[in-house]
Design a protein around this ligand. Structure first.
Ligand code: FMN
Length: 449
């Protein structure tokens, strides 16, 4: 074991027709079970057998409709037209698993604090303390238009709103003391009214009376996940996040991002080592090196349609790329003009170096190469993961799938045992809650992150 303990492994899940790899639905080994509860339950069991910390589901609240001003390409090419409601999906997985953490993405721009606080407190109770919330501010107008708003708020304003959203949500989770429930049949006292409070939050964005209609949950509050990559996003993560996801293309960019993010956490008086930073990564594993290489070539070349990747890129950048030639150069002015995920472009430009074109961006979106790709046998993939982990680039990984459930079966069958042999990963769960798995304290009432 290293002096930093073992790594955290999270599965980067999607409740829909594709993983973050836009060609995944065309992969011959992909099961098209995305409308079947048993598919998600099987994935949950597989990942729990591999002792992963958590399965975390991303979310988007709109079908991609910015590219060409229409959803036609998204529908035709399967560019993420299907996204199921996550609270239902997690509830079904919870029923067939006991230990693995269950994370879902909810937007601070389109939901309300009461709704989010109640959903995750409920999930935390019903899973025995395994819930996590991935806090996102959402990135594009298509989502805004599904919630009665024409255009998305400005980038920094979204984070200002998110700060207040978190104040209200954490406040709601603290409206019940841990020992508020009395449940005394004889006296007739159900709960102690001195231990259940109204919140009375009044701010710029929200008015919330409270209290929450769910007692304080096993983890005190669900684990807070975040993935801000811009300066403002990193500051937000430094203030609130207990686990941070990143998308960094190479080990050098990842190291400097890691250092910068930990410094920001320390500057706010929090303990940087208590917050784990996990880059997204693909693992492409084979029984032999040749087998893995063949799978990688398929992944890079066979299943991706350029129209699908531009459709998804338009969503991320909140910008219609349909009229632009693929050799359009990505300049500083260009980056300033998009309101979506700017940090991603900034990182990619630094990684690729020199002139970066729309074709480069589209290619990276298709295969999500803003995160590393670890290719090889189980031993070789473990070597690469170990290098990142031991050289100050990360505290573990959030693993994206090239196809499902196969990519996760390969991971748990070929890579996890090798990491365990090196004492880089747990052999069994030691605690019962997600906070136990991540080494996080259970917060007291009134204790902010
Ligand atoms: C691993 C990972 C998962 C993410 N999941 C989502 C998601 O489910 N929904 C979403 O709207 N954004 C998601 N994002 C985007 C981030 O929330 C964030 O908007 C992005 O990293 C840009 O940072 P910025 O807002 O600071 O510019 C994810 C990012 C990463 C790296």
């Amino acid at each position: 074991m290293t002096d930093r303990g073992t790594m955290s492994l999270v599965a980067f899940m999607q409740a829909g027709n594709v993983t973050v790899y836009s060609g995944s639905w065309r992969h011959p080994a992909t099961e098209h079970g995305f409308l079947d509860a048993r598919y998600y339950q099987k994935l949950g069991r597989t990942l729990e057998e591999g002792c992963l910390d958590m399965m975390f589901f991303d979310d988007r609240l709109a079908m991609p409709g910015i590219h060409g001003g229409s959803v036609a390409d998204a529908v035709r090419h399967g560019a993420r037209p299907v996204k199921l409601d996550l609270s239902v999906v997690l509830g079904l997985i919870a029923g067939v698993t006991d230990r693995i953490g269950l994370g879902a993405t909810y937007s601070t721009t389109y939901y309300s604090p009461f709704h989010v606080a109640r959903t995750f407190a409920t999930l935390d109770h019903l899973t025995g303390g395994r819930a996590a919330w991935n806090v996102v501010t959402s990135v594009n107008d298509a989502e805004a238009q599904n919630f009665g708003v024409d255009t998305i708020l400005g980038h920094n304003e979204r984070y200002d709103r998110a700060d207040e959203f978190l104040e209200a949500t954490c406040g709601l989770w603290d409206t019940w003391d841990d020992d508020a429930l009395v449940l005394d049949r004889t006296s007739g006292e159900f709960a102690d009214p001195a231990k259940v409070r109204e919140l009375d939050h009044h701010g710029k964005w929200f008015d919330v009376r409270g209290p929450l209609t769910v007692p304080r949950s096993p983890q005190g509050r669900p684990v807070l996940l975040q993935a801000g990559s811009s300066g403002r996003g990193r500051d937000f993560a430094a203030r609130w996040a207990e686990l941070i996801f990143t998308g960094d293309p190479g080990i050098d960019v990842a190291r400097s991002h890691y250092r910068d993010q930990k410094e920001r956490i320390g500057e706010l008086g929090r303990n940087p080592s208590s917050v784990r930073i996990l880059p997204m990564a693909y693992t492409v594993v084979g029984e032999t090196r040749a087998h893995a290489d063949e799978r990688e070539q398929q992944f890079l070349n066979e299943f991706v349609d350029p129209a699908a990747s531009l459709t998804l890129l338009s969503e991320l950048m909140n910008h219609d790329f349909s009229g632009l030639p693929l050799d359009t150069e990505i300049t500083d002015e260009f980056v300033e003009s998009v309101s979506g995920i700017r940090g991603l472009v900034e990182n990619l430009r630094r990684h690729i170096g020199g002139t970066v074109t729309l074709a480069d961006l589209a290619g990276h979106r298709a295969t999500l190469l803003q995160g590393p790709r670890f290719v090889g046998t189980g031993v070789e993939v473990a070597d690469q993961m170990e290098e990142w982990f031991t050289s100050g680039a990360c505290d573990g990984f959030v693993i994206a799938a090239t196809h499902t459930p196969g990519a996760y079966e390969d991971l748990t069958r070929m890579v996890v045992p090798e990491l365990q042999r090196r004492e880089l990963f747990r052999r069994q769960y030691e605690g019962t809650t997600l906070r136990d798995h991540l080494g996080l304290n259970r917060p007291e009432v009134g204790e902010t992150p």
